[in-house]
Design a protein around this ligand. Structure first.
Ligand SMILES: CC(C)(COP(=O)(O)OP(=O)(O)OC[C@H]1O[C@@H](n2cnc3c(N)ncnc32)[C@H](O)[C@@H]1OP(=O)(O)O)[C@@H](O)C(=O)NCCC(=O)NCCS
Length: 188
């Protein structure tokens, strides 16, 4: 038996085996793109759909690196477009896993923009996505836990349960009365 195999546990009728945890830095994905004419809207700024595509790919690679499995996007929990990105700007995206549950993995994507005329990198966008590891038939597979290290990673890890409950309620997969984390947040 491999030394990364831990205690078996049940979720409903499904049997899972606890895998060895991994730190977010082990699966980080960095992507750099330059905004070209084909990426822009009529205002000559980056088209939001193109940025979402880059975010999805960057986050999906981080999820894949974390679990070593094919990962599909289950939900986009949050995207913010804080400022327009101009034609010619260089965009850097960082995908970093924040927490894993049984078969799902939450990934943060932080985006920075850099103008070719100087001024350094500025944070411009952020997204949070959830992926599910699947086998060749699309059935979910269990994933290793995430072990947060930095203060930011710990904060994102703690908030992930709240975001998961909200996503599952919006998807009609959880009843509001079962959302313990949300109740604690709103009904103090
Ligand atoms: C995501 C998918 C694999 C889930 O399959 P399923 O049969 O519903 O599986 P389950 O009910 O066992 O859920 C699996 C996990 O997905 C999570 N999940 C499902 N829907 C979710 C949602 N909307 N938001 C967040 N998590 C979700 C569940 O919480 C569960 O996580 P856990 O195992 O860590 O607790 C399936 O819905 C799918 O293949 N969707 C299409 C994915 C795709 O094609 N994406 C590309 C976009 S076009």
């Amino acid at each position: 038996m491999s030394d990364d195999i831990r205690t078996p546990y049940f979720v409903g009728e499904k049997l899972f085996i606890m895998l060895k945890g991994k730190a977010p830095k082990e699966s980080i994905c960095l992507t750099t793109e330059q905004v070209l004419p084909n990426d822009t809207n009529p205002l000559n700024t980056l088209f939001g759909g193109r940025l979402m595509q880059w975010m999805d790919i960057t986050a999906g690679i981080a999820a894949h690196r974390h679990c070593g499995r094919v990962c599909v996007t289950a939900s986009v929990n949050h995207v913010s477009f804080d400022q327009p990105v101009k034609l010619g700007d260089v965009v850097t995206l960082q995908g970093k896993v924040s927490r894993a549950f049984n078969t799902s993995i939450e990934v943060f994507v932080d985006v920075w923009v850099e103008s070719p005329t100087g001024g350094g990198k500025k944070k411009c966008n952020e997204a949070i996505l959830t992926f599910v590891a699947v086998d060749q038939l699309g059935s979910p597979l269990h994933v290793p836990p995430v072990i947060p290290e930095s203060e930011e990673e710990k904060g994102r890890f703690d908030g992930a349960l709240r975001r998961r409950q909200l996503a599952l309620i919006l998807a009609g997969r959880m009843k509001a009365e079962d959302a313990t984390e949300l109740k604690a947040l709103f009904l103090k």
